[in-house]
Design a binder for this molecule. Structure first.
Ligand SMILES: CCCC/C=C/CC(=O)SCCNC(=O)CCNC(=O)[C@H](O)C(C)(C)COP(=O)(O)OP(=O)(O)OC[C@H]1O[C@@H](n2cnc3c(N)ncnc32)[C@H](O)[C@@H]1OP(=O)(O)O
Length: 266
């Protein structure tokens, strides 16, 4: 995900949020939300799932091949205490609000799997370009983990693919392969893998060609109601999350899911 201003200024680096080292494992691009970086303006936040830059300042693919983002870090939602869950969820809200409401042009170059939290960040961008690889599924699969997508995930889904498609996909926890993601409007372009970055840059140029003030005001007009819905009930949403995630049955579901992921490896 690139922030246009940073890109324009040739400094997509800015402040880089940390990636938690995972010794001996394939590094997976979790949304490892660092609560200390959440207060940073998105404009200077270079997210851990974003591509880096080479010596010429051109974007390079992320250091975790085949994964755009594995979504929220499930280990942050398992076996912790209520205060931890509350702080974590507040940071997740903050990340989404800053991304969704950013006045910058944001283009998601999705060059890997993009479930749940990964999908929600991609949805917060202005445009999504997905690599044409049948393994790169995108969608909100929360029900398959035994959890429920929060209302603001659902709102972003409905805004993008409509009510009926969202209702079906959310209940099934469906992850769309590229061709279906394009068909339903979840992504804007599907291109060969080696053209994802160049296509995203072309898209960026297209969006930046529009007078900035007019584009920004229009973006805000289109997104304000959805963001306000969360802003009005942030604390209640945190409380809901904490009480939901603390349930024994939910903890059990998440642990079983994580264990399956670990066993599936290799
Ligand atoms: C009311 C509550 C609402 C809460 C909302 C939550 C939204 C979310 O985002 S929930 C998270 C949903 N994410 C997923 O379901 C993705 C699960 N992961 C995968 O499907 C695959 O890992 C992958 C397709 C992303 C990548 O596959 P790949 O074969 O490259 O890597 P793996 O061998 O599967 O994984 C490596 C390593 O990472 C662990 N892991 C994977 N995803 C997560 C995760 N989201 N959180 C924590 N850990 C994760 C996986 O278990 C492996 O760990 P080990 O190396 O320790 O074995």
């Amino acid at each position: 995900v690139w922030a246009a201003k940073a890109w324009r200024e040739g400094d997509p680096g800015g402040t880089r949020a940390g990636r938690r080292p995972r010794a001996g494992s394939v590094p997976t691009g979790f949304l490892d939300v660092d609560v200390t970086s959440a207060p940073l303006a998105l404009e200077c936040l270079y997210t851990p799932w974003a591509p880096g830059t080479d010596s010429d300042g051109a974007p390079t693919p992320q250091d975790c091949p085949r994964v755009f983002s594995a979504g929220l870090d499930l280990t942050e939602m398992c076996g912790r205490n209520p205060a931890h869950y509350a702080e974590y969820w507040k940071a997740v809200q903050e990340l989404w609000l800053r991304t969704y409401l950013s006045s910058l042009v944001l283009v998601a170059a999705i060059n890997g799997a993009c479930p749940a939290g990964g999908c929600i960040i991609a949805l917060a961008c202005d445009c999504r370009v997905l690599a044409d690889n049948p393994k790169y599924h995108i969608g909100l699969n929360e029900t398959l983990l035994g959890i429920t997508a929060p209302f603001w995930f659902k709102d972003a889904y409905v805004n993008t693919i409509g009510h009926r498609a969202s209702e079906q996909a959310l209940q099934l926890g469906y992850l769309f392969p590229p061709s279906e993601a394009l068909q339903v409007g979840l992504v804007d372009q599907v291109v060969p893998e080696d053209q994802v970055l160049s296509t995203a840059l072309s898209e960026m140029a297209r969006w930046l060609a529009v007078p900035d003030h007019a584009r920004q005001l229009t973006k805000n007009m289109m997104r304000k109601a959805t963001a306000d819905r969360l802003l009005r009930q942030r604390d209640a949403d945190i409380q809901n999350f904490v009480s939901f995630i603390c349930r024994d049955s939910i903890q059990k579901s998440l642990q079983v899911y994580l264990e399956k992921l670990r066993q599936r490896k290799g």
